[in-house]
Ligand binder design. Structure first.
Ligand SMILES: [Zn+2]
Length: 347
């Protein structure tokens, strides 16, 4: 089958490790299903894998991709009652856990010690004609949800959903600052925050991305500079935002700590701009701030996102679409940071 994979990992040029070619199709084992992928979407996770940064060692050839939507192709054994029929349209929940530990039983899959995402060994990835996944990870798609929209949800929108409504505890009427407008998670935060009646502010170094953020529904968008903290505090009645979602890291951390209100939350779902800012612990304890890391979300939260998309209220923003065999162009776009919304691959 045609697949997009890491032929090596590490080195100075992650994109040099990217390969497109034929690999053996997976065969569904008992308890698992094989899905015929129709649309997949890119995440920074895929570039980290090419860099060799992964929760498990990258063993080439490793098929890339966490996000897939398509049709159930077959099952490894007679599926349990209630499983989608062969041929049913589905989106894939990309997290595989042990299902038995205390974290799994408490519906906190990201805390499971055997947590793996699609494209992390020994799992295959979504950028291929077929992907194998546990039956319990299949979510049937309502007719109103397209494959392309569904393929945006499992990583970026799920991460944003959990960051905003679980980790930051945002409610209607509250406010959030979204750092680094343009990327998949940041775009999802702006759209989901607005839908929930949260006032959203955004930042970007790029003026075009700032106006893009306002077009998406941000109340205002600011450059990444020190005076922006004062502007955000001023815009929130002299208090500061209730929460910040900072996927950037080093370039934005100081601003995150200054723009959030005393007692507020800074949620960290990524660090695309570098992982080691000056911590400023003085600011954190004196202003009673919470720093909350977050990764992905639960199967139930992904189901809610599918339902929300089916109502028509949420339309995931797709920045560009490529054929699977043109994945190199898609990866180059993501590596340049030249992204507005999600980059999708049609299989
Ligand atoms: Zn577990």
């Amino acid at each position: 089958m045609l697949a997009v994979y890491a032929s090596a990992a590490g080195g100075d040029d992650p994109l040099a490790n990217l390969a497109v070619g034929d690999l053996a199709a997976p065969v569904a084992r008992p308890g698992w299903a094989r899905v015929r992928v129709r649309v997949a979407s890119l995440n920074h996770h895929d570039i980290w894998t090419l860099r060799g940064v992964s929760s498990t060692p990258v063993i080439p050839p490793q098929i890339l991709g966490c996000d897939a939507a398509g049709e159930v192709d077959n099952y490894g054994e007679e599926p349990p009652a209630g499983a989608p029929a062969v041929g049913a349209r589905v989106v894939v929940y990309p997290i595989v856990t042990c299902g038995q530990c205390v974290a799994c039983l408490a519906d906190d899959p990201t805390a499971c010690r055997s947590f793996r995402m699609l494209s992390e060994a020994p799992l295959g990835g979504a950028f291929a004609e077929y992907v194998e996944i546990p039956v319990a990870n299949l979510i049937e798609l309502p007719d109103q949800v397209s494959y392309a929209d569904a393929a945006c949800l499992p990583t970026a929108y799920l991460t944003a959903y959990r960051a905003l409504f679980v980790r930051a505890g945002l409610r209607p009427g509250m406010s959030v600052l979204v750092q680094g407008a343009g990327g998949g998670v940041a775009t999802a935060c702006i759209l989901l925050g607005r839908l929930a009646g949260v006032t959203v502010y955004a930042t970007s170094r790029d003026e075009a991305k700032r106006s893009f953020a306002v077009d998406l529904g941000a109340e205002a968008a600011f450059p990444v500079e020190r005076q922006t903290a004062r502007a955000v505090v001023g815009a929130t009645g002299g208090i500061g935002v209730d929460a910040v979602v900072d996927t950037v890291g080093e370039p934005t951390w100081d601003l995150s700590l200054r723009a959030v209100r005393p007692g507020g939350v800074v949620v960290v779902p990524g660090s695309t701009g570098g992982p080691n800012p000056s911590a400023q612990l003085n600011r954190i304890f004196f202003r009673s701030l919470t720093v909350a890391g977050t990764t992905m979300g639960t199967l139930g939260e992904l189901r809610r996102l599918v339902d929300l998309t089916a109502t028509g209220a949420l339309r995931p923003l797709i920045g560009s679409t490529h054929a699977l065999r043109d994945a190199e162009a898609a990866f180059a776009e993501m590596a340049r940071g030249d992204v507005r919304g999600k980059i999708v691959l049609e299989v």
